[in-house]
Design a protein around this ligand. Structure first.
Ligand SMILES: Nc1ccn([C@@H]2O[C@H](COP(=O)(O)OP(=O)(O)OP(=O)(O)O)[C@@H](O)[C@H]2O)c(=O)n1
Ligand SMILES: C[C@](O)(CO)[C@H](O)COP(=O)(O)O
Length: 213
């Protein structure tokens, strides 16, 4: 993003991205608690934001790690018990309560369910600037968060990955390694991960359309 500081503090419609994300879970009456991994040097500022925006469901703010998976592990260690746990990127502020509920309902039945959308573009595998394969996109999905799991399954998957020094790019990979089936719930193309500057423009457009409509 090149923001010079944590991109999650950048504002969309005069509110930090982090707060947009937290507000969705705050407003979801089915959400019993939020565990938020933070950089130690940002903890006090984040606590002040939670007070300012009246975010009340945060149960703990453990230290995050070098990689996303390490941060998730810190949070999972702090959760004492639970039924369904959702892992969500703070950088995906446009998640909606209906998608969250679809995930939770499916996870209650199936154990492991993740959000995703179908690939829209033609997909090719490229090596050293050369096309090596055109991949059949009919079975390709772009994976998002939330990723929802029965708590004990996520705990087991996280502990196994930690023990075996396996680093994945999402939680489903850790559960797949256990031989467990992971299911998909169709989400929305609006649930983007704010990654580059253009995503801020998409984000403002999504918000103005939601407020306007
Ligand atoms: N060490 C890390 C890195 C990322 N995340 C979480 O993972 C999400 C998705 O990661 P992303 O934003 O893509 O990665 P960053 O490394 O934070 O950002 P960037 O790629 O823009 O530098 C972040 O919103 C944050 O919630 C985390 O908890 N711990
Ligand atoms: C979990 C994720 O958001 C699914 O798309 C993504 O894999 C996170 O990856 P990042 O490299 O940490 O952004």
């Amino acid at each position: 993003m090149g923001a010079g500081h944590n991109k999650l503090f950048l504002e969309l419609s005069q509110k930090p991205i982090l707060i947009h994300t937290l507000e969705v879970f705050e407003q979801d009456s089915a959400c019993k608690g939020i565990w938020l991994a933070v950089k130690p040097e940002e903890r006090a500022f984040i606590q002040s934001l939670l007070v300012k925006y009246n975010i009340t469901k945060v149960k703990a703010l453990p230290n995050g790690g070098a990689e996303r998976q390490n941060s998730v592990y810190s949070c999972v260690q702090k959760i004492e018990d639970g039924e369904i746990v959702l892992v969500h990127d703070a950088a995906r502020p446009f998640i909606t309560i209906p998608v969250i509920h679809k995930l939770v309902e499916a996870a209650e039945e199936k154990g492991a369910v993740i959000a995703g959308v179908r690939a829209k573009d033609t997909m090719k595998k490229v090596e050293n600037g050369v096309i090596v394969e055109t991949v059949d996109r009919s079975s390709l999905w772009m994976i998002q968060t939330p990723q929802a799991f029965q708590f004990e399954l996520l705990q087991e998957a996280e502990q196994a990955a930690e023990r075996e020094h396996f680093l994945g790019t999402d939680e489903a990979m850790l559960v797949e390694r256990l031989g467990q089936t992971v299911y998909i719930v169709e989400s929305s193309y609006e649930n983007v991960k704010i990654t580059t500057k253009e995503d801020l423009i998409f984000g403002e457009a999504i918000l103005s359309q939601r407020i306007g409509g």
